[in-house]
Ligand binder design. Structure first.
Ligand SMILES: O=C1O[C@H](COP(=O)(O)O)[C@@H](O)[C@H](O)[C@H]1O
Length: 221
């Protein structure tokens, strides 16, 4: 882990801590929506050390692979192992999977698990892939148009470029958050973001759906 990426994770954790702290001053419960993948690990560790009343914090994911929680591909496993630790061990984590064998069968049940949370989310932290996807809004997904347009909470997604089926919050539900943050690292992702900022076809680079939120960008080489 480079020093720059570690500093970025610590600065991001401080910003998220302040946002949750501020919202907890005037609401009983707050909701934090995090992303999976590999980038958030140092951020999760830094945030887990922050002194919040974590028992009043709900945590869920922007998206999930429809895999068993023991799988190394599970975003929920990542959150449990790196965020729900230390001071944050008492946070209430709501995963985006259930016992159904497919996301299409399980999407309504998962929606019931998350619909009563303290929406709008205090903070949504998005990641981004090298193809410009964010959450599980993929450029090659047949469900992209639906996920960008629907006012439903969640969409089941099948994406040719991805080995597993997925479930994702809709763009609309993510848009409704109070604060939006993009957490990315590396020159390749900086180039993808630059391309996204210089064009407007959201189907080509779905991260564009969040460039007007406003979006705070946390990037390090
Ligand atoms: O598949 C996913 O990828 C993105 C980006 O992940 P990273 O490994 O490049 O950091 C992530 O934001 C998303 O939650 C995840 O499901």
């Amino acid at each position: 882990m480079s020093q720059a990426r570690q500093q970025l994770a610590e600065q991001l954790a401080e910003a998220v801590f302040q946002a949750l702290h501020d919202d907890l001053n005037h609401q009983e419960r707050v909701l934090l929506v995090v992303s999976g993948g590999s980038t958030p690990v140092p951020f999760f560790k830094a945030l887990a050390a922050k002194p919040l009343p974590w028992e009043r914090v709900d945590v869920t994911l922007a998206d999930e692979r429809w895999v068993d929680e023991q799988s190394s591909d599970s975003n929920a496993k990542l959150v449990r192992e790196h965020l729900l630790q230390r001071k944050a061990a008492n946070a209430n984590f709501i995963p985006l999977t259930c016992t159904s064998s497919t996301p299409e069968e399980g999407v309504d049940e998962v929606a019931k698990q998350v619909e009563s949370l303290a929406w709008p989310a205090s903070v949504v932290i998005l990641g981004m892939g090298g193809d410009g996807h964010t959450a599980s809004l993929f450029p090659d997904s047949p469900e992209l148009t639906l996920a960008l347009a629907t006012d439903e909470l969640l969409v089941a997604v099948r994406t040719p470029s991805q080995p597993q089926p997925r479930i994702t919050f809709s763009a609309d539900r993510l848009h409704q958050a109070r604060r939006h943050i993009l957490h990315i690292t590396g020159d390749d992702k900086r180039a993808v973001l630059a391309k996204a900022l210089n064009g407007d076809d959201v189907r080509q680079l779905p991260i564009r759906a969040f460039l007007t939120c406003p979006l705070a960008i946390y990037w390090a080489p």
